[in-house]
Write a protein that binds this ligand. Structure first.
Ligand code: SDX
Length: 431
């Protein structure tokens, strides 16, 4: 537990400014610098926000040193073992675990919104079949604001609620449609008799030509992956959603912005990049070559799925996924999967290497997730779309919290200007 500081004094050229210290429920104290520019005529400088709290939040807490992750106070390990994704959605959005009746009502409302307006199918037709599904999702989710006009007014709580329900319910349908479209197969409608994870597998893998049976092992693994990716404090894509929302942009535009940000290989795109890296390594004997590249400052190569801005210990999600990878691949009869062997040996070697130990680089959520998703039959291009649909509830919960925040105002960072001082225009003849 961090010691409780009382005041912070900043002295600049002999002039002292007392800054209030704010205290969290758990975690580091926060120095409130909101009056710093007005009273001290200086900015702070923190590219990448390594030491900056951008907001108050009660949704998710991460202790990077201990490797703790709490959703509304509940440890991710307990939720992964005892809960399920839609219950976690209710928890993240409402702050408390639902009663049985509340859960039944929530699940019924989500189920009733899983279908897309039939005309949205035409949006897909404008994309090339070989488009990355993330490109399709950014486009279609953003285009939902051209459709669902009765859920655009962010100042109307009932419209915010229906927009939230629609996105939690429809993102799996959109992701599955993006996948089907890339295959040239017909879209598969959601089924109200299936649960959330089973429905997604059904929409991805069933075809009209024959019956499709959802394997309960895969459905459980799918639900677990959704839960583990649901929220993660103020990560890059969540901060993007908050910043977009702070301008008053409609909810669909904000979530589309979050999807776009998540796509980057340093963030949610790492699950695809990690599996491609493991495939490129290919066999255990080639691991030292890649460890050396990761340590070589002249080589841009990084171990994908390794390292984290906050975790300086094991990402607790990686621990759960490592066990799930063993369980799922074992139950599927592919426990001797070469990619899994390479991943485990890569982890073992890296965690004994001083470079990774000293820099506190551990496997993160993206290190094992791809191995499970590949075993379930998904192509690597679908890994980040699955991360995006899972994280939609986190983005929406954080977006709603931002709109209800009494301190909320448009996000507008300043800068350290290093460009040219004011100067007069020079006519071309004189240049
Ligand atoms: C996610 O923020 C979140 O919560 C994100 C996320 C979520 O749920 O929303 O957890 C999901 O994005 C997980 C991270 C997925 N990304 C990857 O796996 C890509 C590989 N990892 C990195 O690129 C990196 O570790 C980051 C981007 C994740 C974190 O980067 P930071 O915090 O800016 O750290 P850094 O780049 O300053 O690295 C610190 C040092 C550097 O060496 P020095 O310059 O100090 O000598 O560690 C090195 C880096 O070169 N380093 C790595 C490395 N990651 C960091 N070296 C080799 N391989 C790596 N993977």
């Amino acid at each position: 537990m961090a010691t409780k500081h009382t005041t912070a004094t900043l002295t600049i050229d002999g002039k002292s400014l007392d800054l209030p210290v704010l205290h969290p429920t758990i975690g580091p104290d926060v120095v409130d610098i909101r009056k710093l520019y007005a009273e001290g005529d200086v900015f702070t400088f923190d590219p990448g926000f390594t030491s900056t709290a951008a907001c108050e939040s009660a949704i998710t807490y991460i202790d990077g040193d201990k490797g703790d992750l709490l959703y509304r106070g509940y440890p991710i390990e307990q939720l992964a073992e005892k809960s399920h994704y839609l219950e976690v959605c209710y928890l993240l959005m409402n702050g408390e675990l639902p009663s049985r009746l509340q859960m039944e009502d929530f699940e019924r409302r989500i189920t009733r919104h899983t279908m897309l307006h039939e005309q949205i199918h035409y949006f897909f037709r404008g994309f090339r079949r070989d488009s990355h599904p993330m490109a399709t999702m950014v486009g279609v989710v953003g285009a939902m604001s051209a459709f669902y006009h009765d859920s655009l007014d962010i100042n109307d709580p009932s419209q915010r609620e229906i927009a939230a329900m629609r996105m939690i319910a429809k993102l799996p349908t959109i992701a599955a449609m993006a996948y089907k479209y890339s295959l040239g197969q017909p879209f598969v409608y959601p089924r109200n008799d299936l649960d959330y994870a089973a429905n997604f597998l059904h929409m991805c893998f069933s075809v009209p030509a024959e019956p499709y049976h959802v394997d309960p092992i895969l459905a459980r693994a799918m639900d677990l992956i959704f839960t583990l990716h649901a929220d993660h404090e103020q990560n890059a894509s969540t901060s993007t959603v908050r910043l977009a929302g702070s301008s008053g942009a409609n909810p669909f535009a904000c979530i589309a912005a979050g999807i776009a940000c998540l796509w980057g290989p340093a963030h949610g795109g790492a699950n695809q990049a990690c599996l491609e890296m493991l495939r490129e390594i290919g066999t255990v004997d080639r691991i030292p070559e890649y460890i050396a590249r990761a340590k070589d400052k002249t080589d841009p190569f990084r171990l994908m799925g390794f390292g984290h801005r906050v975790y300086k210990n094991f990402d607790p999600r990686a621990k759960v996924l490592k066990k799930a990878a063993d369980d799922v691949l074992g139950l599927l009869g592919i426990g001797d999967n070469e990619t899994l062997k390479v991943a485990k040996e890569l982890e073992r070697i890296a965690l004994e290497d001083p470079y990774f130990v000293d820099k506190k680089l551990y496997p993160n959520v993206d290190f094992y997730s791809g191995i499970i998703l590949e075993a379930m039959g998904f192509p690597t291009a679908m890994f980040t779309p699955i991360f995006a649909l899972s994280r939609t509830v986190g983005w929406i919960s954080q977006w709603r919290e931002m709109l209800n925040d009494k301190n909320q105002k448009i996000g507008r960072p300043r800068q350290l200007y290093i460009g040219a001082p004011m100067r007069d225009y020079v006519p071309v003849e004189a240049r």
